[in-house]
Ligand binder design. Structure first.
Ligand SMILES: Cc1cc2nc3c(=O)[nH]c(=O)nc-3n(C[C@H](O)[C@H](O)[C@H](O)COP(=O)(O)OP(=O)(O)OC[C@H]3O[C@@H](n4cnc5c(N)ncnc54)[C@H](O)[C@@H]3O)c2cc1C
Length: 297
C-alpha cells in the first residue's frame, strides 16, 4: 500500500526541525532513517501531513569520546556504530548495533530514531539501559537532558513533547574490569528478536562488584531484572549463582504470546540467553576479546 500524500519540508538544523514541528501542531513527524516510520505510513497506521526530514542536517551523525562519555549524534546509523573502532571500548554497544535486522536496515536506521520510537522489541533501549545513558533533547524552548530510565515511559511512548527531538545520546564508558554482552534469539535476521538480554558486569578480585541486567521483547518496555542482578552482586560467578540469576530473570519476564512464541517459550529463552550473556560479559571483564552474534532459530 502507498502512504497518504504528505508535505516534505527539509530542516537545516535540529532546532529548526523542532520549530517546524511546533508550528505544525501535531500534524508533523520527524523523518530519520524511515525504517520504522515509513512502513507504518505504508500500512496507514501513521498518516502525518508533513514529514520533517532530518537527513540533510549537518553534524548529526557522529561518534565521539569526551572524557569518559561516548556521544552519539541522533542520525548515527546502526551500521556506523557496528563498524566503529571507538565503540569497541564498550562491546555491548557493538553487539547491539551488529545484530539489528539486516544490512539494509542497519545502513538507514538511526540510534536517535530507535530510542525515540521506544518499540518494545527494539534492541537499543534494552542495551543502553545497562549503561549509564542520557538522552539530550532539543525544542524551540531550549535543551534538556533526561536519563534513559526516565525517558521511555511505556510502549512507543517517551517523555518527548511533539515538538521536541533527540539531539544526542551520551553513554558513560564503564569502569575498568567491566564487560557486557547483548544477546538475542531471532527467527531470522530481518525480524525483531523473540527475546533478548543485556548484561553489564564489573568484576573485582574474581567477584562481581556490580551487575546491570535488562530483558528485551518480554514486556511493554525493557524489563529490569533486579533480582537477577542481586544474585550476582558480591558473588563469585559459579554455575549455581548463574542458574539462580537465570531463574530470577525468567520470573521477571512478562511476555505476550504472539507469532514469535508462547509466553513460556519466551521465558525459557530469557533464562538460556542470560546464562550465555553472563559468561561472555565476565570473560570480557577479564579482558578476553569474545565475539558473539545473536542466536537464530
Ligand atoms: C525489516 C526491519 C527489521 C527491523 N529489525 C529491527 C531489529 O531487529 N531491532 C531493532 O532495534 N530495530 C529493528 N528495526 C527498526 C530499525 O532499527 C529502525 O532503524 C529504528 O526503529 C528507528 O528508525 P529510524 O532511525 O529509521 O527512524 P524513523 O523510522 O525515521 O523514525 C521513527 C520514529 O522516531 C521519530 N524520530 C526519528 N528521529 C528522531 C529524533 N532525532 N528525535 C525525535 N524523534 C525522532 C520519528 O518521527 C518516528 O516517529 C527494523 C526495521 C525494519 C524495516
Amino acid at each position: 500500500m502507498f502512504p497518504r500524500s504528505f508535505m516534505y519540508p527539509r530542516a537545516s538544523s535540529l532546532r529548526e526541525a523542532a520549530t517546524m514541528l511546533g508550528q505544525l501542531g501535531g500534524e508533523g513527524r520527524a523523518l530519520a532513517g524511515g525504517q520504522s516510520l515509513i512502513p507504518l505510513m505504508k500500512l496507514r497506521f501513521a498518516n502525518p501531513a508533513h514529514l520533517v526530514d532530518l537527513n540533510f542536517i549537518q553534524d548529526t551523525s557522529y561518534i565521539r569520546v569526551e572524557g569518559d562519555v561516548l556521544r552519539f549524534g541522533p542520525m548515527t546509523r546502526h551500521a556506523e556504530i557496528e563498524n566503529s573502532e571507538t565503540v569497541m571500548r564498550v562491546p555491548i554497544v557493538h553487539d547491539c548495533a551488529a545484530g539489528i535486522a539486516d544490512v539494509q536496515v542497519r545502513n538507514r536506521g538511526t540510534i536517535g530514531g530507535s530510542v525515540a520510537e521506544a518499540d518494545p522489541s527494539g534492541d537499543w533501549a534494552t542495551t543502553l539501559l545497562t549503561l549509564n545513558t542520557e538522552v539530550r533533547c532539543i525544542s524551540a524552548r531550549g535543551e534538556r537532558t533526561v536519563p534513559l530510565q526516565n525517558f521511555i515511559t511505556d510502549a512507543y511512548t517517551t517523555v518527548l513533547a511533539s515538538d521536541e527531538l533527540v539531539s544526542e545520546i551520551g553513554v558513560k564508558v564503564p569502569p575498568k574490569n567491566s564487560g557486557g554482552c547483548y544477546l538475542a534469539f531471532k527467527r531470522c535476521a530481518p525480524v525483531y528478536a523473540s527475546a533478548a538480554v543485556a548484561v553489564q558486569l564489573t568484576m573485582e578480585d574474581g567477584h562481581c562488584r556490580d551487575a546491570a541486567i535488562y530483558l528485551g521483547c518480554v514486556g511493554l518496555t525493557p524489563v529490569k531484572a533486579a533480582a537477577a542482578e542481586g544474585e550476582l552482586r558480591g558473588q563469585s560467578l559459579t554455575p549455581e549463582k548463574i542458574s539462580r540469576a537465570a531463574d530470577a530473570a525468567r520470573s521477571a519476564a512478562d511476555p505476550q504470546p504472539d507469532m514469535r512464541g508462547s509466553a513460556d517459550y519466551k521465558c525459557a529463552l530469557v533464562a538460556g540467553l542470560l546464562k550465555r550473556a553472563i559468561d561472555v560479559a565476565a570473560r570480557r571483564a577479564r579482558g578476553e576479546p569474545v565475539e558473539v552474534s545473536h542466536i537464530y532459530a
